[in-house]
Design a binder for this molecule. Structure first.
Ligand code: SF4
Ligand code: MG
Length: 275
């Protein structure tokens, strides 16, 4: 059993999350991945944006930075660029990463900068009042869509792959052990990695959509998630209303800060040749 307590900032606890919130499960999965990889706490930087999930950075005993709404990836990019030796992990919500921070998300993926992004995807803006996010499913209710959401939602993994991310996976709070494995591989990837972690918000989303208790919401995750292996054997009509979990994309490519270093060396050599 992983010893993850050492990674918690006890002085910052108790946490502010509602009873039954899935954020703690996702956080524990991340900490188990850190433990598995034996990452140096001093060389691991946790960067978060704004929202319920982004509060996690404050509970973690690493070098942490809680930034502005949607801007976690910009701070993370600066940190990684200044010191490529660091392990940089971003904690963000679905609204934070794909609405306010949407441009930063796609361009981080396009650059393939070595940052691991864990999207705590609860289908809603939890902290700011239950408004629709770009991940609120069509026809579900939110405080800004009281008669049902008419917009379509993003598919985070598809967006990340299309933009150039080199490791992309999806897990859920229910499948916590699998989530740890996926986050472990995401951290190991030398490039931009995204893990879409589907988690329950029984207060901001579940209550409005009559999804029942947190336990019921986790049963929903269990019943609607299909592993990549199982999905490959199913006809498209059998995937209606379901979603795929597991490793969805793993395609290494040159990493941004390494390419930048190479550019410096090349220019220095050219300059040396001219002298
Ligand atoms: Fe969790 Fe939702 Fe409560 Fe935020 S509002 S702490 S996401 S249950
Ligand atoms: Mg959210």
């Amino acid at each position: 059993m992983a010893n993850i307590e050492k990674y918690l900032r006890k002085t910052a606890l108790p946490h502010i999350w509602c009873p039954g919130c899935g954020n703690g499960i996702v956080l524990a999965s991340l900490l188990r991945a850190v433990e598995k990889l034996d990452l140096d706490q001093k060389k691991t930087i946790i960067v978060s944006g704004i929202g319920c999930s982004s509060r996690a950075s404050g509970y973690m005993n690493f070098n942490t930075i809680h930034t502005a709404h949607g801007r976690a990836l910009t701070f993370a990019t600066g940190i990684k660029f200044a010191n490529p030796e660091l392990n940089v992990i971003v904690i963000t919500g679905d609204g934070d990463s794909t609405a306010i921070g949407g441009n930063h998300f796609i361009h981080s993926a396009r650059r393939n900068i070595d940052i691991t992004t864990i999207v705590f995807n609860n289908s809603i803006y939890g902290m700011t009042g239950g408004q629709s996010s770009p991940l609120t499913p069509q026809s579900s209710k939110s405080s800004t869509a009281p008669f049902g959401q008419i917009e379509r939602s993003f598919d985070i993994p598809a967006l990340a792959v299309a933009a150039g991310a080199t490791y992309v996976a999806r897990g859920t709070a229910f499948h916590a052990t699998m989530l740890t494995d996926l986050i472990t591989k995401a951290i190991q990837n030398k490039g931009f990695s995204v893990v879409d972690a589907i988690t329950q918000c029984p207060i901001g989303f579940g209550r409005k959509n009559k999804m029942g208790t947190a336990e019921k919401m986790m049963q929903w995750q269990r019943d609607n998630a299909v592993t990549v292996q199982a999905a490959a054997k199913l006809a498209p009509e059998n995937m209606e209303g379901k979603f795929v979990i597991g490793e969805l994309h793993n395609s290494p490519a040159p990493e941004y800060t390494a390419e930048y270093e190479k550019l410096i060396v090349r220019l220095q050599q050219q300059k040396g040749g001219q002298a």
